[in-house]
Design a protein around this ligand. Structure first.
Ligand code: IMP
Length: 189
């Protein structure tokens, strides 16, 4: 089975390949679509529709994800990639997050991942996964990407960036959403 995926993020492609064994992941970046929906599911649909138009009769998938911090009213949310401005800059995003949480004791946060699927008949579906945790006082670890060095999942004392890939995948927002995708793809065989 093959699956076209709307991303150019090599880390995500690796996570998807690990989480969907036996599925051939074919990245196809939708490039200049405007992700202007108010929520992750809406943005995932915008992206998957853009690639589904190029691959009729195929399974297509897009994900949209981000970090939501309780004390910041859910920010950075859908603006996670560009929290510190354009173009997307991970060190600047992480620095701004720490700055905005200076002196804040409520560090609760969660990652959310929405995955939109289009099946070969053109039917659309959106599934979501979440991972709850807290924002550390300082970064640690070098694995992963984005806010991983700052996010400590509940039940752990290490950040996502300190966990081995399969450890992160087992509990992450993307891991949870893709487990549901795996079930849906399995049902269609
Ligand atoms: P995207 O729009 O789904 O590509 O992701 C938006 C942004 O959310 C990324 O650029 C990261 O800053 C953040 N993000 C999403 N998933 C993760 C993750 O698993 N770890 C760390 N940051 C993430």
């Amino acid at each position: 089975m093959r699956l076209f995926v709307a991303t150019h993020n090599a880390h995500k492609v690796r996570e998807m390949t690990q989480l969907l064994p036996g599925v051939e992941i074919l990245p196809d970046d939708p490039a200049d679509v405007e992700e202007n929906a108010p929520d992750f599911g809406g943005n995932a649909l915008i992206k998957v529709r853009a690639i589904a138009a190029r691959h009729p009769g195929e399974w297509c998938m897009a994900d949209d994800s981000g970090l939501e911090v309780a004390a910041l009213g859910g920010a950075p949310g859908v603006r996670s990639a560009r929290y510190a401005g354009e173009p997307s800059n991970t060190p600047a995003n992480n620095a701004l997050l720490l700055k905005n949480l200076e002196g804040v004791t409520d560090r609760r946060a969660n990652f959310t991942c929405a995955v939109a699927l289009v099946d070969p008949a053109g039917r659309e579906r959106v599934v979501e996964g979440r991972c709850f945790g807290r924002i550390a006082e300082s970064p640690s670890g070098v694995a992963g990407f984005g806010y991983d060095p700052l996010f400590v999942p509940d039940g752990y004392d290490r950040s996502f960036a300190e966990l081995p890939a399969d450890g992160k995948n087992a509990i992450s927002h993307r891991g949870r959403a893709l487990a549901e995708v795996k079930r849906i793809l399995g049902e269609s065989k």
